[in-house]
Design a protein around this ligand. Structure first.
Ligand code: F3S
Length: 421
């Protein structure tokens, strides 16, 4: 295996010449580089850190961050944060207890002291920080990594919490895995013969592919025919972007997939053509029906009364917020409705009056958090409806709620009537 080469500047960081915080970060990046056989480090355009909720970090995680911040560590590239466990300024209104809110705010303070931008969103690609094709990134949120790699043609491995923060502090990551051309070629053919019509169908497809392939690079020769064209401004979401963000999130949640290609559609598969396709004798998965996925994700079929409807996993796009506002105009919800989104997306939608229309119907457009990382159990929620495959995956175990899974319209009807019909 080749020795990991460091530049003189990187060597100096490793020797501690820029202080103990930078030294610790460089030790982590170098250790990962050696474990994975990287030849060198590569500068990253941005970093995204997951593991921001106090619900997951606890006191030990908070102490670890404070310690690193005290050592003078500071991000040298734009560094964004995943959602935390509550909304920054409306946590009291949400019913969050102060003994959760205080340490949660401390966690964000420790990150921002180190230079992180409190985007508090799992959709950094919908914000002002959308990566460009070919950018190397050190992102941690699995649904964001797969979107950046597949739909935008950027390059990121799925980083862990400490390794992403380390990459931010040194501005580099080890060049291995999906940073290398050789690892971006398709490994499995996935032929989709079932109709895939809407967001939950794409989530169901992501579930089936994630379960069947687990790790690898799925290559879809024919799925593009079931998608509208990708918009030029992906930061708005849109029919295609919203479906792909859900499908990728499901593949990453139910499997360990961080990149896929749609022949003739996603940027690398469009340009590299057959060069990116798997070898003809590679494993082949044929999807004839989505039923098996619905049977798992919409498993609590005896549940009809819905406490909370959760939309926005990954965080809702501007396009999704507009769809919801259109549906709810002139109506009033009976169940709680949370539409979780990035603060910046909410601001953009509020400027167009979209947020106000959802909230006039009794819905709640929630920033900074989501129903998986917020302590919704302590808010008395026992049953949930969602159109998001990743929420259907995690909510039963993380939040111990029963879940119904279906289309946006069905979820919004459940919000209006309090019933899953
Ligand atoms: Fe994002 Fe929460 Fe889903 S972090 S991807 S909305 S589980």
């Amino acid at each position: 295996m080749a020795e990991l080469r460091l530049t003189p500047e990187e060597e100096a960081m490793l020797r501690g010449e820029e202080g103990p915080g930078v030294q610790k970060a460089m030790e982590i990046v170098v250790a990962l580089g050696r474990i994975y056989g990287a030849a060198d480090l590569v500068p990253v355009a941005s970093v995204q850190i997951a593991g921001v909720s106090y619900k997951n970090l606890g006191d030990a995680g908070l102490e670890f961050l404070r310690e690193w911040a005290k050592q003078g560590a500071h991000a040298r590239v734009p560094t964004m944060l995943n959602p935390m466990g509550m909304e920054a300024d409306r946590w009291q209104e949400m019913g969050i207890a102060p003994d959760f809110a205080r340490p949660q705010l401390e966690v964000v303070r420790a990150f921002t002291q180190m230079g992180a931008i409190p985007t508090l969103s799992c959709t950094p690609y919908l914000l002002a920080y959308a990566p460009r094709r070919g950018d190397h990134l050190a992102w941690a949120e699995s649904s964001a990594v797969i979107f950046a790699n597949s739909v935008l043609g950027a390059r990121s491995n799925r980083e862990g919490g400490p390794s992403a923060l380390a990459a931010a502090i040194v501005g580099r990551t080890a060049r291995y895995g999906l940073h290398l051309d050789a690892n971006r070629r398709g490994t499995h053919w996935v032929e989709v013969r079932a109709p895939v019509r809407d967001v939950p169908d794409f989530g169901a497809l992501g579930y089936l592919v994630g379960k069947a392939i687990s790790a690898g690079v799925p290559y879809f020769p024919d799925l593009a025919a079931q998608l509208p064209p990708l918009p030029t401004d992906v930061t708005l979401g849109g029919e295609a972007g919203d479906r792909l963000k859900t499908m990728g999130a499901a593949m990453a949640a139910y499997g360990n997939i961080a990149l896929y290609h749609l022949a003739g559609y996603t940027p690398e598969a469009r340009d590299a053509g057959a060069d990116l396709a798997p070898p003809p004798d590679a494993p082949r998965l044929v999807i004839d029906s989505l039923e098996a996925a619905y049977a798992v994700m919409d498993r609590d079929t005896d549940v009809t009364r819905i406490d909370l409807v959760s939309i926005g996993c990954p965080h809702a796009s501007y396009h999704e917020l507009a769809q919801i506002a259109d549906y709810l105009d002139g109506k009033r919800v009976k169940a709680q409705l949370w539409v979780t989104t990035a603060r910046l997306t909410r601001e953009r939608a509020a400027a167009a009056g979209i947020v106000q229309r959802i909230e006039a119907a009794g819905g709640y457009v929630v920033a900074d958090t989501c129903t998986v990382v917020a302590p919704i159990q302590s808010l008395g929620v026992r049953t949930m409806a969602t159109n998001a495959a990743k929420t259907a995956c995690y909510a039963p175990s993380h939040s111990r709620v029963a879940v119904r899974y279906g289309s946006l319209e069905r979820c919004l009807e459940a919000a209006l009537t309090g019933e899953w019909k």
